[in-house]
Write a protein that binds this ligand. Structure first.
Ligand code: ATP
Length: 801
């Protein structure tokens, strides 16, 4: 079967069987795989359960079991398929967000009725919300920081006194048990909050926010409950001694704050302030989420510009100048709030020099020459390689987890196991690596003497017996001679393995700090080596620790613009910007050769239909016909209530073109507009059944506010209570549909359709022919299937249910 048009309908027609009925629900995956086979010119065998069997020539479809058409009450449809391999699949369960404005008559009426004062008030509210986002995000960062500081104090004070005592009384095993107990309890709390409280709060949250900004509805990702679990969870996982940081989760927390504050209500608690009602749309919410993400970065790293660039890099497709300004405002406010509160807390209220949760401290001298730059570039290569290794190991672990660690008990067990093993490894390292440094050379609050002579303390403890942020600072600033190369290697390897295992465990966790710590350790090792070889030229190993940290982080996350600026701002030295940029670029290029960055990798493993930045290569020759779904379920302008209900029950789709004229073989109806599922449900819920009466709307005025009231939790069609009499009535969809949605001709290329979707944040794109008849419909999932292979060819992924 060679199916150039590539539609399921034509595949079926070519096989000599009737096409799927438009009113019958069809599994997304079936559709996609038939087209995949067509695109690959694969060979497909279609067989039937019933007598009138019609075989097409033999075909097997890559990655799926065979396709089958079965007869069901006289109609044909494709039965569900099973994926043979668990890889390279996209999940059909993710819904899209709608970032396009529905310019219907209600929208036009609202727009017309607004005075200049209304417009100013809305703009003022936007700024006010961005201000609040900054303040609340900064306050959350302060809360996390102070709680971690206090809890860490308790933990390390007890631990230190126990260790000091046990060295003399030969009871180190009890010190180890105490360490395990501390880690176990704190991590158990963090994991319970995640497993039983809100599973979506696990991890850093950056992949989820990236998806949200890309236009994908990740369930429960911006809910208040998620925020609570994330904030409490992260402070327990950091104090629990895991190889995690609190910075990544700040980005997620800021985004939830943005999504929540802008709506003026907490839907989970049925609490509505009745304000900011105008912002209750996907497009407005997305802007506030971008502001929240930027505020989170600003609070985490003290990097307001980095925050803006992070939101730009991750949500780049939908951007405007006004939004840039407001996001910058949120970032600055958040950074300022944190600095202000920390100043108060530390008893120096006028000191605003604590702008972020992590600070790399003050570098006296960060000079470099061409030779330095060349060495830094080589370190970028090492960062790219070790980042790729980290990601590959983590990918295998994540797949293992998806398969075997699925029960709640399993997830809790894994979390506490990692916590215990981290404690044991740290203890063994401090016990075995006997490198000592003089007291006072490090700002460490609880120096551990272990087997060091009086006046000295274990330098391994400086890395493991404090929070990872403090350890990074130690590596950047401790004087020459503090650490030995063997000690750093002994630290680096196990820590890398533990950090790889930890990212993905069911606790809120950030990846920035462990990556920086690993990189700073091997970077400092490079610096020490160079210092031994050329003592006059390479005097400061801290500089190399900083470059190693940047290289490792860049090799893992592969962010370039925003990460450069974040690190420059955290370092507080613009002159060192060039080396940081060079290193991040090199690390990204090298890492990209082996695979994607960790966030993209996790998005792929979750089978999220994310649209990449650019259309896949060789997509210009593929036309809309090969991409679209056809036939399309359409509605008439004046539509019967019973048919709308029937379609909403039978079809899972969220968008329906509105047409006029006859529908029949070869006739698809003239395109009039597009109506969404949520709009239809609201119409039915409000019983706006006009039965063709032109005066109905005067007697029953309705506005956009009535639709926003139920946003975003629209009732399902099953919750509607309609009487038999209601079902006999009809609705004028013309008033509510979008009369001018984006549409393309059937000859349009995949590349252009892709750019339209990515650039405008579309959810549905109607495909028409030269007679303005609806011949197909394209959604995000139709596009996300297309990917470029390593050789630059176009491939199509399959969908799972
Ligand atoms: P989303 O929830 O992502 O906004 P949706 O539910 O409307 O979108 P998808 O789940 O993306 O649609 O679509 C699944 C498949 O169904 C896609 O191949 C899409 O082209 C097709 N499809 C969507 N709407 C219709 C429709 N009205 N008629 C026929 N096919 C449709």
């Amino acid at each position: 079967l060679n199916n150039p048009a590539g539609t399921a309908a034509s595949a079926a027609a070519a096989a000599g069987v009737p096409a799927a009925s438009s009113s019958r629900p069809r599994a997304t995956s079936d559709y996609g795989s038939i087209r995949a086979s067509a695109l690959h010119q694969a060979r497909l065998r279609i067989e039937s359960d019933v007598d009138c069997v019609s075989y097409a020539p033999d075909v097997t479809v890559e990655g799926t079991e065979r396709q089958r058409l079965v007869d069901n009450s006289g109609e044909w449809y494709f039965e569900s398929q099973h994926a043979v391999s668990g890889e390279e699949l996209l999940s059909a369960k993710f819904e899209s967000l709608d970032y396009d404005t529905c310019e219907n008559s209600l929208w036009a009426a609202e727009d017309q009725s607004r005075t200049v004062w209304d417009l100013r008030r809305i703009e003022l509210c936007r700024w006010l919300v961005h201000l609040l986002i900054g303040v609340v995000t900064g306050a959350i960062a302060f809360f996390i920081d102070v709680c971690i500081e206090q809890l860490a104090k308790v933990k390390y004070r007890y631990m230190k006194s126990m260790l000091d005592r046990c060295i003399f009384h030969d009871c180190l095993i009890y010190a180890l048990l105490l360490w395990i107990a501390f880690n176990f309890i704190f991590v158990l709390i963090a994991s319970c909050l995640t497993v039983f409280g809100e599973p979506v709060a696990a991890g850093s949250g950056i992949p989820q926010i990236k998806c949200f900004l890309n236009g994908i509805q990740v369930p429960r990702v911006v809910r208040l409950r998620t925020l609570v679990c994330k904030v409490l969870g992260v402070l327990f996982s950091v104090v629990g001694g895991l190889a995690v940081g609190k910075e990544g989760p700040m980005i997620h927390s800021g985004s939830v704050v943005g999504a929540g504050l802008s709506q003026g209500r907490a839907a989970s608690f049925k609490f509505d302030l009745g304000i900011f009602e105008y912002f209750r749309t996907d497009a407005e919410k997305r802007d506030f989420v971008s502001g929240g993400a930027a505020a989170g970065v600003a609070a985490a790293f003290g990097a307001p510009v980095g925050g803006v660039l992070f939101a730009l890099e991750e949500g780049a497709s939908f951007w405007n100048q006004g939004l840039t300004w407001r996001i910058f405002f949120s970032s600055m406010t958040s950074s300022f709030t944190l600095a202000f509160l920390l100043g108060f807390y530390r008893g120096i209220p006028n000191d605003l020099s604590n702008p972020g949760l992590i600070s790399f401290g003050k570098f006296d001298k960060l000079d470099y020459d061409l030779l330095h730059l060349a060495i830094f570039a080589c370190m970028g290569v090492v960062g790219g390689l070790s980042g790729a290794l980290f990601n590959t190991l983590n990918e295998h672990l994540t797949k293992f987890r998806h398969r075997y660690v699925t029960s709640k008990l399993g997830q809790l067990t894994e979390a506490v196991l990692v916590a215990s093993i981290t404690a044991v490894t740290s203890f063994v390292l401090i016990y075995t690596v006997r490198s000592c440094q003089p007291l006072g050379s490090d700002q460490m609050e609880y120096p551990v003497q272990m087997y060091c002579p009086d006046g000295k303390f274990s330098s391994m403890a400086a890395l493991l017996f404090q929070t990872p942020e403090a350890a990074v600072r130690s590596l950047l600033h401790d004087p020459v001679g503090t650490y030995s190369v063997t000690g750093l290697i002994a630290f680096c390897l196990p820590y890398l393995l533990i950090a790889t295992w930890t990212y993905g465990v069911m606790v809120p966790s950030g990846l920035f700090i462990p990556s920086l710590l690993i990189g700073a350790a091997w970077g400092r090792g490079v610096g020490i080596g160079l210092n031994l070889l050329f003592p006059t030229h390479f005097t400061d190993p801290g500089k190399f620790a900083l470059i190693g940290a940047a290289a490792q982080l860049g090799g893992i996350v592969r962010m370039t613009i925003s990460l450069s600026v974040i690190l420059i701002e955290a370092t507080g030295n613009v002159l060192f910007g060039l080396p940081i940029m060079v290193v991040l670029m090199v690390a990204k290029w090298v890492g990209d050769y082996f695979g994607t960055g960790i966030y993209d990798m996790h998005i792929e493993l979750a089978s999220v239909p994310l649209l990449p930045w650019e259309p896949p290569s060789r997509s210009a020759a593929v036309s809309a016909q090969a991409v679209m779904s056809s036939p399309v379920t359409c509605l008439y302008r004046q539509e019967r209530v019973s048919r709308i209900v029937e379609i909403l029950r039978a079809e899972p789709h969220n968008g329906f073109p509105v047409v006029s004229g006859d529908l029949g073989p070869g006739t698809f109806g003239t395109f009039e507009g597009l109506v969404t599922r949520n709009q239809l449900i609201c119409l039915l819920d409000m019983r706006l059944f006009d039965d063709g009466d032109p005066n109905f709307h005067l007697a029953n005025p309705v506005s956009l506010s009535d639709f926003r009231r139920v946003y975003p939790r629209f009732p399902s069609v099953r919750q509607l209570q309609l009487s038999e009499a209601d079902l006999m009535k009809s609705v004028d969809l013309g008033r509510y549909m979008n009369p001018a949605p984006y549409m393309v001709l059937h000859t349009c290329s995949l590349a252009r359709i892709f750019r339209l979707f990515r650039g405008l944040g579309l959810r549905h794109l109607v495909v028409i022919d030269h007679r303005n008849q609806v011949v197909g419909l394209v959604t995000r999932k139709d596009l996300a299937r297309f990917r470029a292979t390593h050789t630059g060819d176009l491939k199509e992924l399959q969908f799972t249910g």
